[in-house]
Write a protein that binds this ligand. Structure first.
Ligand code: GLU
Length: 289
């Protein structure tokens, strides 16, 4: 009998250099795959490049991801999946949802979306809920060549599934307040998320659920900053009849100023640490590996 599958991934976007927070995330995922292998599971660690946004991704950041992760002592399977090479997969998933009436074209600008959220009855915290335009107006705007995004219609999704009550996921790490175990997904908190951006043709949530399924990912290991994303992604998995992996959200590292590491803090990139003479052993030990 083949060993039970344990497949996890690290999925950075090549829009900047990796920092300590990325190192922690990648080490956590890689270590989990190794632990699984030691327990007799298949224990695979994948690297995926989330490079759908051609305007922000740069080849030098992609090259640096490979260099930095290798420097850290990580090994990942080949070939690396680059999302930009798989737009047809995301297009097929979008078409599937659209043909079932679960999406609508959204012509609003960012500012218009922000204004719509602010004027919603429950105030500024409300996530965006829109809906399709009247058919004749939509047709006229498409014909006029106006750009539009595709959004998921939560109302249509709720009708299609008969409610969101059955949408749960297994949290094996630390959700908000350290919660773990079976968690009820609340996709309504995300609003009508964008599935395909005006400029890019796909958007983050859709690409992630399609890839996690196609790559056979059984455990998503990533930072708590993506906890809200999991609720949305759980809904997309249900709508696309994709398997739901287990989730392990890990704590976020904070710098000396108490703020979490972000790409803009250039001083904390792995390549700068390396240039300053830090060894991978020191960094791994600092991060608890
Ligand atoms: N590409 C995302 C990021 O860099 C991570 C996506 C994920 O782990 O699902 O934050």
């Amino acid at each position: 009998m083949s060993p039970a599958a344990f497949v996890t991934r690290f999925a950075p976007s090549p829009t900047g250099y990796l920092h300590r927070g990325h190192a922690f995330s990648a080490l956590t995922a890689c270590q989990a795959a190794r632990d699984a292998a030691n327990e007799g599971l298949s224990g695979r660690f994948l690297l995926r490049l989330e490079d759908i946004d051609a305007t922000r991704c740069r080849p030098q950041f992609e090259a640096a991801i490979y260099e930095d992760l290798a420097w850290l002592g990580l090994h990942w399977e080949q070939p690396v999946r680059r999302q930009s090479e798989h737009m047809a997969d995301y297009g097929a998933a979008l078409r599937d949802l659209s043909e079932r009436g679960l999406t609508y074209r959204c012509f609003r600008t960012r500012r218009e979306v922000a204004e719509a959220i602010e004027s919603a009855p429950h105030g500024a915290m409300e996530a965006f809920r829109g809906g399709p335009l009247p058919a004749d107006e939509e047709e006229a705007r498409v014909e006029a060549g106006e750009a539009y995004a595709w959004r998921l219609s939560l109302d249509a999704a709720e009708r299609a599934l008969g409610g969101f009550g059955a949408l749960t996921f297994d949290e094996q790490g630390q959700g908000p307040n350290g919660k773990h175990g079976v968690i009820q997904a609340r996709p309504e908190l995300g609003g009508d998320v964008v599935l395909a951006r005006k400029d890019v043709g796909v958007a983050y949530h859709l690409a992630v659920v399609v890839d996690d399924a196609l790559q056979g990912v059984t455990q998503v290991i990533r930072g708590q900053d993506l906890f809200a994303a999991t609720h949305v992604q759980r809904l997309l998995q249900a709508l696309l009849a994709l398997p739901t992996p287990a989730y392990r959200h890990h704590r976020l590292l904070t710098g000396p100023d108490g703020k979490r590491y972000a790409k803009r803090d250039r001083a904390e990139t792995l390549r700068d640490l390396r240039a300053s003479g830090m060894t991978p052993q020191t960094l791994r030990a600092e991060l608890g590996f």
